[in-house]
Design a protein around this ligand. Structure first.
Ligand SMILES: NC(=O)c1ccc[n+]([C@@H]2O[C@H](COP(=O)([O-])OP(=O)(O)OC[C@H]3O[C@@H](n4cnc5c(N)ncnc54)[C@H](OP(=O)(O)O)[C@@H]3O)[C@@H](O)[C@H]2O)c1
Length: 266
């Protein structure tokens, strides 16, 4: 069982810690955390039983891997000694936009550095985390990385040059999904349903449709065609979506998010 240390004890660190304990990959005493000036580390330790490190040295002592989970803008303010203390450690970052080059420059004596992009459904173990590493992962390090990420859901290893794209697709994806649900519920209310009725109808329709898609080998296009008869109601709605450039709108949203990720990474 790996011993892990966390720089940062906020939402993302909390989701990973809970996942590690839930899956049995770690017991609370395997995990040390350190926070910033507020009380997140105290709160997480109280909730989960993990240990608060008493110093930078204590945080790194005995750790197999170190998870960096502060905000990207807090990264330049991190204790400088972390660089040296990470000697021969595996470092895994969840920081949006912080490239492997920047991370390896700071953690310059680490045995390997992993960059990840989790997403918010990870908080309930249903997320998808993209990852890449500075050097090829050894079998041992891969199992540590998987233990850390599996509590958040599924993982996908991709080259670093796809990180701006993955930030758009799965990082920002929950935001696009919630906006879609919100627009759909608003439209249902405009058709005359109460907000509660709209919520039930819309959420169950999306939940059920995704479950149906995942239960078959069918493509989404095939399932769409199965509910679309010529001259029917779904066809009328789909024609309105096409006329209003639905697919182009989705592409524009993903491209805008990817471009913004590129700008923020500069
Ligand atoms: N939330 C998400 O869904 C999500 C999704 C993808 C990626 N991420 C990435 O996850 C990272 C963390 O996000 P979050 O939402 O978990 O943020 P958060 O809840 O604000 O947590 C940030 C943590 O960093 C700690 N911290 C601040 N300065 C520090 C320092 N100098 N040394 C050590 N710890 C320090 C904070 O401690 P105090 O608050 O106690 O001062 C807090 O525990 C970000 O880099 C973000 O890009 C988040």
């Amino acid at each position: 069982m790996a011993k892990l240390s966390f720089i940062g004890a906020g939402r993302m660190a909390g989701a990973i810690v809970r996942g590690l304990i839930r899956s049995g990959a770690c017991v609370p005493s395997d995990i040390k955390i350190i926070g910033g000036a507020n009380h997140s580390a105290k709160d997480l330790a109280k909730e989960t039983g993990v240990i608060i490190a008493t110093s930078a040295e204590d945080l790194f002592a005995g750790a197999d891997a170190v998870v960096v989970a502060c905000k990207p803008q807090q990264f330049p303010m991190l204790n400088e000694s972390y660089g040296k203390l990470s000697k021969e450690k595996l470092v895994l970052s969840v920081l949006a936009g912080k490239r492997l080059a920047t991370l390896t420059q700071f953690f310059n004596s680490a045995r390997n550095v992993v960059r990840t992009m989790p997403n918010t459904p990870g908080a309930i173990g249903k997320g998808v985390t993209a990852l890449c590493s500075a050097k090829t992962l050894t079998t041992g390090d891969r199992s540590i990385v998987e233990a850390i990420c599996n509590g958040l859901g599924t993982t996908l290893e991709i080259p670093e040059n796809m990180f701006d794209a993955v930030t758009a697709v799965s990082g920002s994806g929950p935001g696009f999904f919630f906006e879609t649900i919100s627009a759909y519920e608003e439209a249902a209310v405009e058709l005359g349903f109460t907000p509660a009725q709209a919520q039930l109808l819309v959420r169950q329709t999306f939940l059920g449709s995704l479950a149906l898609l995942q239960s078959t080998q069918e493509t989404p296009e095939n399932l769409r065609n199965q509910v679309t008869s010529p001259g029917g109601t779904t066809k009328a709605g789909l024609d309105a979506l096409t006329k209003n450039q639905f697919r182009e709108t989705i592409k524009a949203a993903l491209l805008a998010a990817k471009n913004r990720s590129e700008e923020l990474g500069k």
